[in-house]
Design a protein around this ligand. Structure first.
Ligand SMILES: [Ca+2]
Length: 600
């Protein structure tokens, strides 16, 4: 239900957590109301009662698409009593009321919404995600710690990436990752997201052959247990890739049907159109019609039970969460809700990240995932802004930041998985104009990358570094050409700009741990200047305030941030600033992002 008035000028859905969000913390319950309006000159208030009626004005917190979003927060005194509420809109036409019946001139006609705080489940934040930075590892390409498990025909490390990259192996494995945990600890990351590590038919691993076995080319169960222990010992959490929409053709259930046809007891585990099975001209449903990726019939209770068993097995083994591959392609009602219950039942602090490419708040209601891969922020906003192309300026950046904050409930905003590149996209440095694999990155692009990363680290959500981005790796994503999945260049100086980028990210990772202001859900715009490609916002929380000022222009620009007084410190440059009578004067040597904390 999305109550809105007939003219379409008010939008509010009491069943959406982004619209009414119950937040528990610090021994109290808050209700965060957000009302969307599309009518200038209207001032909304929320009227609510537990005992007597109270009226609270709503604050204009930004734009979500074409909607102005107004917010009010109330503190629930008695969770046992229902909260009754409605909205009052004052405008040129006088006062009107908004409730379940829509807009009406009288409160009685609009009606009132009702909410029972005591029976409503809150959406808890996975506490350990606060202040952490994730690192994504594509196992075959990260580090080869055990040449004895290299598949036949393994390409020497650093050799050319072939177009048919799924059948090409570089020999990377879990032993190599364990060897490099000290390196990752030095970088400071607190979480690892591993692309698939279960037995599979390709180097990317998305065609699972055995969900309960580590791919022998990567190690075995003992190696994996060692990885978990060694990561945990270093305060790093590990999440795995769950590929539940499809399997590989080598998976035992598919093999059984391939052998026995209609007589197989697994014939209903997939969507076969006929028998015998034909993998040359597939007579079954497959992911994007790729014959090697037959789609599972998740509506089959046996399949569902099997997949829940997989989730149970690895969660019990001690992993810290899951990244779910193409979860939007599994539309069976209740599937992801059940997955969440299974996983959280074993580990309530497990972190569940869905591979969702668009802004889709329905996944982040607290019943399915904790986070989505936030491509809309990283790839669709930060990259085009800092790239400086396609008319994506400070105003568009501002809109995208507001969308990232206002489309979701605050718990999800702080937990969102903020990728700026992945195994599925061009490398971020390439997308910023750095060039393709094999060249020395363009120095201007390196500066843009540093500015982008500083800004990313100042926004709510969990920043994610794709392996090698910290060493200046380049790589375009082609049709069948995954240059963004090249083997990690471990030789010092393999990329001249590598050390500079590494040091920058290392500093940012630490700042995120040290400054609670960078982690909270609220972003307040301070300045926006399209001509200077400049944007500034305040971040606050934990008793401190940090100001992020960024420009993408390759020149000196400056801005006076009115209303700021006192002494400040630039956390990236490590230098002091003083606000004058006009405010805080910030100069930038663009492209650059300055992160400035108020000291007094
Ligand atoms: Ca190996």
């Amino acid at each position: 239900m999305e109550p809105q008035d007939a003219s379409g000028s008010v939008l509010f859905d009491p069943s959406r957590r982004a619209d009414v969000n119950l937040v528990e913390g610090d021994g109290q319950i808050r209700l965060v109301f957000r009302l969307r309006l599309r009518q200038p000159g209207v001032t909304p208030r929320v009227e609510w009662r537990q005992a007597g009626w109270t009226t609270l004005s709503m604050e204009d917190v930004g734009l979500l698409g074409e909607w102005a979003v107004f917010q009010a927060v109330i503190h629930v005194q008695d969770p046992a009593r229902p909260v009754v509420y409605r909205f009052c809109l004052s405008g040129p036409e006088g006062e009107r009321f908004f409730g379940p019946a829509g807009l009406a001139p009288e409160p009685e006609a609009a009606g009132s919404f009702q909410l029972h705080p005591g029976t409503q489940a809150s959406f808890p934040v996975v506490a350990w995600t606060r202040g952490r930075v994730f690192y994504q590892v594509f196992p075959d390409r990260f580090a080869n710690g055990d040449p004895s498990n290299d598949p036949p025909g393994t390409t020497p490390w650093g050799g050319a990436v072939r177009p048919d990259t799924g059948s090409q192996y570089f020999g990377g494995d879990l032993a190599g990752l364990i060897d490099r945990l000290d390196y990752l600890q030095d970088l400071g990351v607190g979480g690892l997201y591993l692309n698939p590590i279960f037995s599979a038919g390709s180097s990317h691993g998305y065609d699972t052959v055995d969900y309960l076995r580590i791919d022998p080319r990567l190690g075995d169960l003992d190696t994996f247990r060692t990885l978990l222990d060694e990561a945990h010992r270093r305060e790093m959490r590990v999440i795995l890739d769950a590929v539940f929409n499809h399997t590989g053709t080598g998976f035992w259930a598919f093999q059984d049907v391939a052998e026995r046809g209609a007589a197989s007891r697994y014939k209903d585990w997939y969507h076969f159109h006929g028998f015998p099975v034909n993998v040359e001209v597939p007579n079954y449903e497959a992911w994007w019609n790729v014959p090697s990726l037959p789609k599972l019939r998740v509506s089959n209770p046996d399949v569902r039970a099997y997949l829940m068993g997989v989730a149970r097995y690895w969660t019990r083994l001690g992993i810290d969460g899951w990244r779910l591959d193409v979860p939007n392609e599994i539309r069976e009602p209740g599937f992801w809700e059940e997955f969440r219950l299974v996983v959280k039942g074993i580990n309530p602090e497990a972190y569940i990240v869905g591979e969702i490419w668009h802004v889709e708040p329905e996944w982040l209601e607290g019943t399915c995932f904790d986070a989505v891969m936030n491509y809309p922020l990283g790839r669709d906003a930060l990259v085009p802004f800092f790239r400086g192309k396609g008319g994506f300026g400070a105003r568009e950046l501002d809109r995208a930041v507001q969308r990232a904050v206002l489309a979701y409930p605050e718990q999800a905003v702080t937990m969102n998985f903020n990728v700026v590149g992945s195994h599925d996209t061009a490398r971020v440095l390439t997308a910023l104009g750095g060039g393709n694999l094999g060249v020395e990155p363009d120095p201007g692009a390196v500066r843009r990358l540093k500015a982008l990363m500083s800004f990313l680290f100042a926004l709510p959500g969990v920043p994610v570094i794709y392996y090698g981005d910290e060493r200046g790796m380049l790589g375009e994503k082609g049709e069948d050409w995954d240059a963004q999945r090249a083997p990690m260049p471990w030789d010092e100086g393999a990329v001249r700009a590598g050390a500079e980028i590494f040091d920058h990210l290392r500093k940012l990772v630490r700042l995120r741990r040290q400054h609670p202001a960078l982690v909270g859900p609220v972003v307040t715009r301070l300045a926006l200047d399209d001509a200077q490609g400049l944007y500034a916002c305040a971040r606050g929380g934990g008793g401190e305030e940090v100001v992020a000022v960024t420009t993408r222009e390759a020149r000196r620009v400056h801005v006076v941030l009115a209303g700021l007084t006192g002494r400040f410190r630039d956390l990236v440059r490590d230098e002091s600033l003083h606000a004058g009578g006009q405010g805080l004067n910030v100069e930038l040597d663009g492209p650059e992002t300055r992160l400035i904390v108020k000291e007094s």
